[in-house]
Design a protein around this ligand. Structure first.
Ligand code: COA
Length: 373
């Protein structure tokens, strides 16, 4: 039997920090209220030269650095995002091009904050069935660009960032042991970005009415979240043939401390078995779990053989959970390998430039035959 293991991980966060006190200068709120109701102290905000694709690319490169793979070894790149670079082309294709991952298929996945778990589920099954060998699953967001900075009920919550993992094949039992995915579209309106799609294309009216910004019914989302976090965790653990006692660490979607605490209480989990970094980053949507996973690994909270649950929920409404057994050890850093990769990234840029140039020449040389010719 073939198992899909996490063999690489990386994250990328913008440098700019936005504190609660700074938000309090923009809307009628304060640090005490935000921290008491959400657990958030500060979040990161993308700079002018940053976007979902640049953060995704930086996380992807960081993930490659923890492995002995080159970009050409990747067979699949999935970018989970609800704030992609464009409606199309996919952000994943931009990452593929910049990495020089010339053998990879690439697509974006829209399942909001559950997106990274959806991506891991698809990638792990593709590896287990021998369809592919190596997949990069990235969660990347710049939700700050879609937040209404005059709406105190939403602007306090979200932050920007990206996290990536690389999944690879192994005959050794472990890796992604089970996944559970769920959706309930009857709650689609509770958390949405109404305009900009085919239903409501951009117009003066949509802009004047603020329909390109996040709308949320916080209380409804809260109730839904507390229920599904617990349920999805239990289902995924049962599906993996385990009990909660065998789970070393739960890495929940970092949306709200009260939601996390309520789920932990329902699962009878002590504080030290639930990972939290929400205070520093806020809700980074699809990026929140992979960023948290990276920090848990890097802090040595996960030992080889440990079983983890990652669990999330989000717009859609969607939810998902994955039980993952940690087996891989990071490859020790070797400077020459990073130098080789730096050269490969440069070659990828040259290759991309040449392909663009050739596409222009080709269009000029080979015109399609006129109709009826
Ligand atoms: N600062 C100060 N007061 C605020 C505020 C803010 N930033 N935002 C809302 N309030 C006020 C409200 O206007 C309301 O005042 P009122 O009682 O006079 O009407 C009061 O605080 C309580 O509002 P309520 O919406 O009941 O607060 P809450 O305890 O539900 O907390 C959220 C609000 C948004 C923090 C909470 O509902 C939440 O986190 N929901 C889940 C959202 C989420 O996770 N979304 C992402 C999903 S991936």
């Amino acid at each position: 039997m073939r198992y899909a293991h996490i063999i690489g991980w990386g994250k990328s966060l913008p440098e700019k920090v936005l504190t609660n006190d700074e938000i309090a200068q923009m809307v009628d709120t304060n640090d005490d209220w935000i921290f008491a109701r959400t657990g958030i102290r500060e979040r990161r905000i993308a700079g002018d030269d940053e976007s979902t694709a640049t953060l995704a690319l930086a996380a992807a490169r960081a993930a490659l650095e923890t492995t002995d793979l080159n970009p050409a070894d990747l067979d699949l790149i999935i970018v989970a995002s609800c704030s992609p670079e464009h409606i199309f082309p996919a952000t994943a294709c931009l990452v593929e091009d910049a990495l020089g991952a010339r053998n990879a298929g690439a697509f974006d996945l829209s399942a909001a904050c559950s997106g990274w778990i959806y991506g891991v589920s698809l990638a792990a099954q593709s590896i287990a069935t021998r369809e592919i060998d190596h997949a990069m699953v990235i969660g990347a967001e710049t939700l700050s660009r879609f937040v209404n900075w005059e709406d105190r009920t939403t602007c306090i919550l979200f932050g920007d960032g990206a996290g990536a993992v690389i999944l690879g094949p192994s005959e050794q039992p472990g890796g992604v042991l089970s996944t559970v995915l769920g959706a309930d579209g009857s709650g689609a309106h509770t958390l949405a970005l109404p305009a900009g799609g085919s239903r409501m294309p951009a117009s003066h009216e949509t802009i004047d009415n603020g329909l390109h910004k996040i709308r949320m019914d916080g209380r409804k989302v809260f109730r839904f979240a507390t229920r599904v976090m617990r349920q999805a965790t239990i289902e995924a653990v049962e599906k993996a043939g385990l009990t909660m006692d065998e789970i070393a660490l739960v890495i929940p979607h970092q949306a709200n401390m009260r939601i996390i605490e309520s789920a932990a209480r329902g699962l009878k989990l002590p504080e030290d078995r639930v990972f939290v970094n929400l205070d520093r980053y806020g809700n980074t949507s699809s990026a929140s779990i992979p960023i948290a996973l990276c920090e848990a690994f890097d802090a040595g909270l996960v030992q080889p053989g440990d079983r983890l649950v990652t669990v999330g929920f989000g717009a859609g409404l969607t939810w998902g959970a994955a039980v993952i057994q940690w087996v891989a050890e990071p490859v020790p850093e070797r400077r020459w390998r990073n130098r080789v990769r730096a050269v490969l990234y440069l070659l990828a840029r040259i290759r991309s430039g040449l392909r663009r140039f050739w596409r222009r020449v080709e269009t000029w040389l080979f015109r399609p035959p006129a109709p009826g010719a």
